[in-house]
Design a protein around this ligand. Structure first.
Ligand SMILES: NC(=O)c1ccc[n+]([C@@H]2O[C@H](COP(=O)([O-])OP(=O)(O)OC[C@H]3O[C@@H](n4cnc5c(N)ncnc54)[C@H](O)[C@@H]3O)[C@@H](O)[C@H]2O)c1
Length: 290
């Protein structure tokens, strides 16, 4: 049997690189998709060790065609299989909603539009990625696979300094919880990592001196959570906070009252509204999770 195959976006550095190494040690043939070609190529070459188990693709995840082509190449490279998709590439705030960074438009005197690239990378590209993963998972000899997404503890707690990033990471938690009951019917699990503070290149050099090393979550905790998702074929829809050496499951909000519960549990109401978009006939999409 051919070895299992994984894709890691943002695998040239930090959390993605640590998980790539973990996957290779666990026997996965792994493709790194990243814009950082220099670092990614060097890391992939070292991890590959001449054994054909790690490959680098220069992919800007916001470019759908690039991401789609790299998925196809990886699927074929792996012997027509894809087992794991780690949607991890991400950046912090790309603009400010508190003050104008760009000069006013000369013609209108109005503010220039915000640069919302953080949503292109942290949200839209992740959704396009899981769309591609689903496509290739369905073509496995046994259909299905595992999706893991790097959200953030700020998706739960929020932070005034990085409101765009907090919003983007919050959206990913919604994505995981919303899609899991339908993907469960396709043999796909989808779970999220919510790191608290990990020492990676996401921290600009000018802010690094402010981080007390004792407060950093080690990458071993990230890999411990990832290993848990890899080992479990039924765990899905989960978001796990990674704080120092702890894995803390963050539960969905409890229903505020009976009416909220009625609305959220009325699966057939919503399924009827969007029926043509769903994989199965109305009433046959939702899988009750453990
Ligand atoms: N480090 C932390 O404390 C922390 C905490 C919570 C969440 N996260 C999340 O973890 C994920 C990984 O970040 P990290 O901390 O390892 O940072 P990092 O900067 O070390 O790694 C991020 C990688 O993503 C790549 N990338 C950025 N934009 C890309 C694009 N458009 N296409 C392809 N690749 C792209 C970068 O080149 C880089 O290699 C991010 O989603 C980040 O938001 C990090």
């Amino acid at each position: 049997m051919s070895p299992p195959v994984a894709i890691v976006t943002g695998g040239s550095s930090g959390i993605g690189l640590a998980v790539t190494e973990h996957l290779i040690n666990a026997g996965y043939h792994t493709a790194i998709f990243d814009v950082d070609e220099k670092r990614g190529k060097a890391e992939a070459q070292q991890l590959d060790a001449g054994l054909g188990r790690c490959v680098f693709h220069r992919v800007d995840v916001t470019n759908y065609d690039q991401q789609a082509k790299a998925f196809k190449d990886t699927f074929e490279w792996g012997g027509n299989r894809l087992d794991v998709f780690f949607a991890n590439a991400g950046i912090a705030d790309t603009d400010s909603i508190y003050r104008e960074l760009a000069p006013l438009d000369e013609g209108t005197g109005l503010p220039q539009p915000l640069n919302l690239q953080v949503f292109d990378i942290d949200v839209n590209a992740v959704i396009q990625g899981i769309h591609l993963a689903r496509h290739f998972f369905a073509r496995n000899s046994t259909p299905g696979g595992k999706i893991v997404i790097t959200s953030s503890c700020l998706g739960v707690y929020s932070n005034h300094s990085v409101p765009l990033y907090s919003t983007a990471k919050h959206a990913l938690i919604g994505l995981i919880r919303s899609s899991a009951p339908v993907y469960a019917g396709m043999g796909i699990t989808i779970n999220g990592l919510l790191p608290v503070l990990v020492d990676t290149n996401i921290w600009p050099e000018h802010a690094q001196h402010m981080v007390d090393p004792a407060r950093l979550t080690p990458k071993t905790t990230v890999c411990k959570a990832f290993a848990m998702f890899l080992a479990n074929d039924t765990m899905t829809g989960q978001t796990v906070e990674l704080a120092l050496d702890q894995l803390i499951f963050r539960k969905q909000e409890a229903y505020s009252n009976e009416n909220a519960q009625w609305m959220c549990d009325s699966h057939e109401l919503f399924e009827t509204a969007v029926g043509p978009l769903l994989p199965n006939p109305v009433g046959q999409n939702y899988v009750k999770l453990e």
